[in-house]
Design a protein around this ligand. Sequence first.
Ligand code: IFM
Length: 445
Amino acid sequence: MKIGFTRSDFPAGFLFGAATAAYQIEGTSFGNCGPSHWDSFAATPGNVVGGDDGAVACEHYLRFAEDLDLLSTNDFDAYRFSVSWPRIMPEGRGAVNVQGLDFYDRLVDAMLERGLKPYLTLYHWDLPSALADVGGWRNRDVASWFADFARVVMQRVGDRIAATATLNEPWCIAWLSHFLGIHAPGLRDIRAAARAMHHVLLAHGTALEAMRADGHRNLGIVLNLQYAEPGAVGDAHAKAALLEDGIFNRWFLDGLFHGTYPDDVLAGLEPHLPTGWEKDMATISRPMDWLGINYYTRRRVLNDPNALWPHQADAPPVLPVTDMGWEVYPDGLYSFLIRVHRDFSKGLPIFVTENGMANADVMENGSVWDPQRIEFLNLHFDAVRRAIRDGVPVGGYFVWSLLDNYEWALGYSKRFGMVYVDYETQKRTPKASFNALAAAIRRSR
Ligand code: IFM
C-alpha cells in the first residue's frame, strides 16, 4: 500500500513534519529533571495502565540525534517538539536547571544542522509538582509563572525557532484533567474545571504578551478540535452536540479570536469562573501569528436528561475505529479547516500540528506492516489538500507521532508512532507507514 500523493501535490513550501512531546519521549530520569504532576498521577494506583510513567520513555534525551536523523535523512522538513517545564525549572519558578536548558539548546542546534525547522511547544502537560501543590491550573498565578518560564526558554533558544506555540491542547489541560479526571491532576470538579478553562487561556495570552515584548515573533497556540455530531435524531441530541462543540472547540476559538466565551457553555460554567474574568478577555484575544490544529476524530453525543450539566452521554461509533476506539472521520478535519479559517483565524496560517492514529502494531521478522496508518494518512492528507484547494492557508502537517511513546493514561499500551519503539532495547524501526510517507515526500536528488 502506498501514500497517494507526492510533495508536488502540495503548495511549494508546505512543511511535512512529525510531532512529539517531552514527557512522552525524553525520559525524566535523565538530566536532573524535576518532578511533574504526571509522575505523581502515574504513581497513584488505577490512573495509568500498567502504572507506566515517563521515567525512561523512549530515552530521547540520550538518543535525540538518532531520532532527528530519521527525519532529516527521509526529507522531512520540520520537527514539532515540546520543552519540559520541570526539566528547565525543577520547582516551576526561580532556579533554572542549566542541564535542562543546555539539552534544548543542543536539540535545536541538532535540528538546524539537519535542515529541520524547529516547531516549539512550550507546554505539553508536564506541570512542575511544586506548582501543582499550590493549585496548578486552578491558581490564577499560573499565568505569570508560565509567562516567566516562556521568557526563560525563549531567551535561550528563541533566536533559532521557526514557530512557537504557547500551549498544546488547552481542552485537555483543563477539561480532560479537571472535569473528566482522566489526565493529571485527575480532578472531577466543575469549579476546578471552569477555572482551568479560563486560566489556560489567560496563561497563553500573558505569555504571548511577554514574548512579544521580548521581541519574539511567530507565536501561536495549538488547539485540539473534535467534531461533534448528534448521536441520534432529535432536537435534544442536536443541542447536546452543539454544546459539546462549545465546550471542546468554541470556548477556545471564541476566546482567542473574538474575546468572548460562548453563551451555551457559560450557562454551565459562569457560576464557577473567577470573579472579573471578563477583564482578562483582551489579554486572551491578543493577535497571534499562526494557529495549530490537532485533529483526530469526532464524538457522537447524546443528550442525557438524567445527567447533570452538560447532560451528556456517548453514542457508539458507527465508522471504523482506531486502536483508541476513535472513529476515523477525515471530513471532520476538512470541515474544521474551512470553518476555522472562515469564522475565526481569517487568513492566519494554519498548521495541522497533530494527526495520526494508534494501531495495534506488531513487529514481525524485523518489520512492522501498518497499512491502516497509511490509509489513515492518505485520507487526512487528502482532506488537507481539499481545504487548501478551497482557499485555506494550511502551511504544513505534522504526523503524530514520530515515535511510539507514552500515551498518558494509557501508558505504553498504545502505539501512535510511524517508528516502532522496542521499549526493552530502545531500538527504533521505521514502520511501513513511515517508509511510505518518506517515499511520497522525497525531494528529487
Ligand atoms: O499523545 C497525544 C498527544 O500528547 C496530544 N494529542 C493527542 C495525542 C494522542 O492521544
